[in-house]
Design a binder for this molecule. Structure first.
Ligand code: NAD
Ligand code: GLY
Length: 385
């Protein structure tokens, strides 16, 4: 369904099989400058490139050169998760209207997950839907957010609470752009990479365990392999469940805890990937308390997250009661009941509401104590019920 084709020049191409909405994911070096990938995806003559104040000075001119001859406009957003909101979304609509973009315009998202989610949501809404193309420039965006058509913005009460499904026409992931990515942002991207291993691909998880040092050192061939394997996993899940009626929810491993960290600490304080990393360790902790995950597997998970420079403990500042409030604002809540993605083993995730509240509370208390410096063995004593 989503097999990767590797060409001799280091390029790979995968397909997201979604019938009339099917599209290709291109992965490799030098793709920003390749007109053969980008130009055929432009619908008519008008193009609006959405980027931000950090990425535009690095890469906008190259994309503009690749699109020479089209009626090009651009909108440069302020940089940061704190601006992923309805107020700043309006900057894109202002640009579309000022530049008199019609229904046949194409929006190009050039940036990380924040730019991609906002540009995609604008594309979903503008004149009830226009075409868009993802050019992801962070590891996180190349392995996750650019693929699958989830778009949207945050609300102070909850992460990604306002949005739409809207698939791109293509994803063009130029791996050279990762050379300018700050180390903390690279690490954040690895959280979503590890996620695929944990939810459905145990061989990939073992591969990540073996190659963490070389991946953190940005060895190009290994990074491309990690991106392609991640995208293959994502494309298979999305191809089977585009609108998250079932298995797509597994892609949210660690996200209910993680979204609580992001909203509770203030958007941008913890990076999304950092919050997901700690969230996955918390989901693993709860799975262990339920007797679903071996202690050795829990330790492997914590070790691999740490090896990629990511946190396994949540911020100590948020009290447990606040966590429960924040976690109640989650798209997986059904009829008021919280559902979580938990692990029955490495590579075997489930979505479930089948956990006693006391066990969740024990995970929160144990992880918060560990974060506050109480010995992690003591703080992970088994739950009382
Ligand atoms: P981001 O978009 O904020 O980018 C991280 C930082 O790196 C920013 O400061 C950005 O300006 C900078 N940057 C981007 N590319 C760069 C480059 N090549 N060189 C130097 N700097 C660069 O963060 P992110 O981690 O890419 O994305 C996180 C967002 O993605 C969150 O809002 C999250 O909710 C969302 N997300 C969405 C999905 C989805 O399915 N739609 C999935 C996962 C995450
Ligand atoms: N990042 C979760 C999803 O795309 O479903």
């Amino acid at each position: 369904m989503a097999s990767a084709i590797a060409a001799g020049d280091g390029r790979r191409r995968l397909q997201v099989a979604l019938g009339v909405r099917a599209y290709a994911i291109h992965i490799g070096p030098g793709l920003l400058d390749d007109p053969a990938l980008l130009r055929p995806q432009i619908v008519a003559s008008q193009v609006l490139i959405v980027s931000n104040e950090t990425i535009a000075p690095l890469y906008l001119a190259r994309v503009q050169a690749t699109l020479a001859g089209y009626h090009l406009g651009s909108v440069i957003l302020p940089d940061g998760e704190a601006y992923k909101d309805l107020t700043h979304l309006n900057l894109i609509f202002d640009a579309l209207l000022t530049q008199r973009c019609g229904r046949d315009c194409t929006i190009v998202a050039l940036g990380g997950g924040v730019v991609g989610d906002m540009a995609g949501f604008a594309a979903a809404c503008y004149q009830r839907g226009v075409a868009f193309i993802q050019i992801p420039t962070t590891l996180l965006a190349q392995v996750d957010s650019s693929v699958g058509g989830k778009t949207g913005v945050n609300h102070p009460a909850g992460k990604n609470m306002i949005g739409a499904f809207h698939q791109p026409r293509a994803v063009i992931a130029d791996t050279d752009t990762l050379n300018t990515l700050p180390p903390r942002e690279l690490a954040a991207g690895f959280a979503e990479v590890i996620k695929y291993g944990l939810i459905r691909d145990p061989d990939f998880f073992s591969w990540l365990e073996r190659h963490s040092t070389r991946l953190c050192a940005r060895e190009p061939a290994l990074l491309a392999e990690a991106i392609a394997r991640s995208c293959r996993n994502k494309a298979e899940v999305v191809g089977a469940d585009e609108f998250e009626a079932g298995q797509r929810a597994l892609l949210n491993l660690g996200h209910t805890f993680g979204h609580a960290i992001e909203a509770g600490m203030g958007y941008g304080t913890w990076l999304h990937g950092e919050a997901v990393a700690a969230g996955m360790a918390m989901a693993a902790d709860l799975s262990w308390r339920l007797g679903w995950l071996e202690a050795a597997a829990l330790e492997r998970i914590r070790r691999v997250i740490t090896a990629f420079g990511l946190p396994v403990d949540p911020p100590a500042e948020l009290p447990a009661a606040r966590w429960l409030e924040l976690m109640a604002v989650d798209k997986k809540v059904q009829a008021g009941v919280l559902r979580l993605v938990l692990l029955r083993g490495i590579g075997a995730a489930v979505v479930t509401a089948d956990f006693p509240a006391g066990h969740l509370r024990a995970t929160l208390d144990g992880c918060l104590q560990a974060a506050a410096g109480v010995s992690s063995t003591a703080s992970r004593a088994p739950a009382g019920e």
